[in-house]
Write a protein that binds this ligand. Structure first.
Ligand code: XMP
Length: 510
């Protein structure tokens, strides 16, 4: 294991992912971690992340100094490197010319950290205001940049190294070589982390924990719950029952695919709660977005409840919680959580007390995708875009009816097909069609005047859905989408492209 000590930048997660790409298991720990806690975890390597603070300001985060004495190899990155310098007796200058973006590093001395094949001058990505001016006693500065006199510092005896730049970002072309050198050669980390090893370990752990008990899993059709279910099924087979609440508001072909994949291809016991009509009944006359969400949410709970009645002896519930979910909620201490069903998981009978199984809780999204592929899930499922729980219900602006859903499904399928044909689907965070069902405009087709509804095409790029930008889809692709939608979807005579970023817009229309 490599521990990534988080000094409060968004980089800790990226570092942890890069470490895993190098086949070494990584865990993110808070910077307050004590030397005793580190010793307890017995990691093979420690990486100190970057952070937004200045080491020259009192009260900014520090590493427990006793950690430097444990003899565990340490690599400091950016703020982490500056901490090493300050805490071990060097100097970090304030208010020098900072560097942001690309910088050129020049080697000054022989280096054990930067491999020989890296040229004497190389580009890196920097983001710092302070700079190390004097390396601590026993440390050798081995590289510099124009504004960072000590860009790399090394102490082979104490096995502590630091880089001012960010080796984890793609804009540092040799960065991964430096991280690899540290993890594989200098720290000698175990390099057996792979999705195959995750499957083996999880299967054993789930079997051990579950014994003969029954397990249930709510499937949404999304990546996380699908992979979690497939993994648990591999461990305990027929003891798992999945429940898929089909709201009738899914995209074209999606429910069929869930049923086909789970029942037929994977042989998982699946309850298909095909209850679209109930949702349409609840949505009749409802146009206000929050009221729609509420109506859908309430129905969902009722439907789920009715269908779990038959598996009332279940003791465990599978959830597709991922590592970033836990990091963000500050819960990475590994404590097993027991939930009272009616508190957290809408829709379980009140008297059911279930223990959670979260087989993906150590994994990042890209790893979950790789795991899904390894478990035999189809690409469409593994690479599925995020999709809102209320489904097409919030993509029909106005009242939701079965006819409108059917129309939107056709238009939406064309948007997705054309993006896939253009090879753009994995670059795009979300893409969809929305129907403005209360708006009509005039058009002309052949000799006929038309008076139909507009379809909005929305496609955005994003990293985390918190912010997003409209995707610069080539005009030709938009053109094909527009032509096909108008020709193939009856009732639509106009197509518009949404060019609003988030903020100020949101990704969804409602
Ligand atoms: P907005 O529209 O707020 O969406 O920019 C951000 C992300 O959240 C998804 N989304 C939802 N997901 N239930 C969900 O499970 C919801 O009610 C919901 N509303 C929005 C949206 O698709 C985007 O990925």
């Amino acid at each position: 294991t490599a521990l990534v000590v988080d000094f409060g930048a968004q980089y800790a997660q990226l570092i942890a992912r890069r470490v895993r790409e190098l086949s070494v298991y990584s865990e993110i720990v808070p910077h307050r971690i004590s030397a005793a806690e580190v010793a307890d975890k017995a990691p093979s390597a420690i990486i100190l992340s970057g952070g937004p603070a200045s080491v020259n300001i009192d009260g900014t985060p520090r590493l427990d100094p006793a950690i430097y004495e444990l003899g565990i190899p340490i690599l400091g990155i950016c703020y982490g490197a500056q901490l090493i310098a300050t805490q071990l007796g060097g100097t970090v200058g304030r208010g020098l010319a900072g560097e942001y973006g690309r910088a050129r590093v020049t080697r000054m001395a022989e280096s054990s950290l930067v491999p020989d094949e890296v040229p004497d001058e190389y580009d890196v990505w920097m983001s710092h205001f302070d700079a190390i001016t004097v390396a601590p006693p026993g440390f050798t500065p081995t590289a510099s940049t124009k504004d960072a006199p000590v860009a790399v510092l090394e102490n082979d005896t104490r096995r502590i190294w630091g880089v001012q730049y960010h080796p984890e970002v793609v804009h540092s072309p040799y960065g991964m070589r430096v991280m690899e050198r540290f993890l594989h050669d200098l720290a000698g980390c175990n390099t057996s982390w792979s999705m195959a090893s995750v499957i083996d370990e999880q299967v054993a752990a789930i079997r051990h924990r579950v014994g003969d008990a029954r397990v249930i899993c709510g499937l949404s059709g999304g990546v996380d719950s699908s992979v979690a279910a497939a993994l648990v099924h591999k461990a305990i087979g027929a003891q798992l029952t999945c429940i898929y609440v089909d709201t009738g508001l899914m995209r074209k072909g999606e429910s069929e695919q869930v049923v086909e994949t789970f029942r037929r291809n994977l042989g998982i016991e699946l309850i298909h709660a095909d209850e679209g009509q109930r949702f349409f009944d609840a949505l009749a006359g409802v146009t206000e977005p929050e009221a729609k969400r509420k109506a859908i949410g309430e129905q969902f709970i009722r439907v789920f409840e009715r269908h779990t009645g038959g598996v009332s002896d279940a003791e465990f519930l599978v959830q597709g919680t991922l590592y970033p979910d836990l990091i963000e909620s500050g819960g990475t201490d590994g404590t097993a959580s027991v939930i009272k069903s009616h508190h957290n998981v809408g829709g379980l009978p009140d008297d059911m007390e279930l223990e959670l199984i979260e087989p993906l809780r150590d994994l990042f999204k890209d790893e979950v995708r790789a795991l899904g592929t390894e478990l035999g899930l189809p690409d469409e499922m593994v690479w599925r875009q995020p999709f809102p729980g209320p489904g097409l219900g919030v993509r029909i602006i106005g009242e939701v009816t079965p006819e409108r859903v059917a129309l939107l499904q056709e238009a939406d399928a064309i948007v997705r097909e054309e993006l896939a044909r253009a090879g753009l689907e994995r670059e795009i965070w979300q893409s969809y069609a929305a129907l403005l069902s209360d708006v009509r405009s005039v058009g002309v087709m052949g000799d006929e005047r038309t008076y139909g509804h507009p379809i909005v095409v929305r496609a955005v790029t994003s990293d985390d859905a918190m912010t997003a930008d409209w995707a610069r889809i080539p005009y030709e692709v938009l053109e094909t989408m527009s032509q096909r939608i108008i020709n193939e979807v009856t009732g639509v005579n106009r197509v518009v492209y949404d060019i609003t970023s988030k903020p100020p817009g949101t990704i969804e229309w409602e």
